[in-house]
Write a protein that binds this ligand. Structure first.
Ligand code: HEC
Length: 246
């Protein structure tokens, strides 16, 4: 896939793909960098830091519960858990900590809790390179399930994810430049318009609604498999969470 994009967008360094559609337009990129030098959503990230630092029910912190103190780990997720025999997202790891400590899990689709918490927690992995591993036939089956969904035509408009983000990447749709699939999973959650928090799976939901498909529930196995495949596409690219998007 990268070779296809390199041919279509010659001269753009691989690391620039994390900028999404902004990589294709100098003015948009400048505007992005201006906003990122003084982001209007700093308060949300601060609120996420407070959640992160608030001890759990048994007094433990997320940093004590997660591998490596929660730093430089987000790029390892989603991962296949061979014991539970399922895909585990970063959000599920956070909920594992909560449940082990006696707290109720957060809903993936609750932007106020899980969204805000990850808007901070994921920044602790900024600079890490995406490192999704697909080892063994069971992991591969989940990867293939995600891949199949990515290429499946859905909704009344009969579009697959790949129809837009591979075939039509770089084209303009409803005043928006369509970003290439590679790089898309590196920077979530995003703040659309500078204030509206979107997790990665909330963005999947929005894209599915745009083609008039019934979205899968956020946090469902189907979306987790999709996130697994979709994140793998960004392997090797640097993470940077909580960025501005249009
Ligand atoms: C009809 C075209 C279309 C389809 C189909 C579509 N998208 Fe999108 N998608 C867009 C547009 C337009 C945007 C906003 C501009 C951009 O950043 O690409 C977008 C944005 C995104 C983003 C955010 C990119 C960023 O850097 O902020 C992700 C992630 C994404 N789509 C994933 C998906 C997935 C996964 C699917 C399949 C379930 C999908 N899209 C289906 C058009 C589409």
């Amino acid at each position: 896939m990268m070779r296809l994009f390199e041919a279509r967008f010659p001269g753009i360094p691989a690391d620039d793909y994390v900028l999404g559609a902004f990589m294709l337009n100098d003015d948009a990129r400048e505007h992005y960098e201006e906003i990122m030098s003084f982001p209007p959503f700093t308060v949300d990230i601060d609120r996420g830091r407070e959640l992160w630092n608030t001890p759990l029910h048994d007094g433990k912190t997320y940093a004590q519960c997660l591998p490596n103190g929660g730093r430089m780990i987000a790029g390892n997720y989603p991962a296949y858990d061979p014991v539970a025999k399922r895909i585990v997202t970063f959000e599920m790891e956070i909920n594992r900590c909560r449940v082990e400590s006696g707290d109720a899990p957060y809903r993936y689709d609750d932007a106020r809790t899980m969204g805000t918490l990850t808007a901070y927690a994921r920044t602790l992995s900024d600079g890490m390179r995406m490192n999704i591993r697909v080892d063994g036939p069971e992991a591969l089956a989940h990867y293939e399930a995600g891949r199949a969904l990515y290429y499946r035509r859905i909704g009344q408009m009969n579009f697959s994810c790949a129809n837009c983000h591979v075939d039509n990447a770089g084209k303009i749709m409803r005043m928006e430049t369509i970003s290439p699939a590679i790089g898309q999973a590196t920077h979530f959650p995003v703040f659309r318009g500078g204030d509206k928090l979107y997790t990665l799976q909330a963005r999947y939901t929005r894209c599915m609604k745009q083609v008039r498909a019934q979205p899968f529930p956020m946090g469902s196995e189907t979306f987790n498999d999709l996130e697994y495949f979709h994140s793998y596409l960004s392997n090797g690219l640097p993470l940077k969470a909580s960025v501005y998007r249009r």
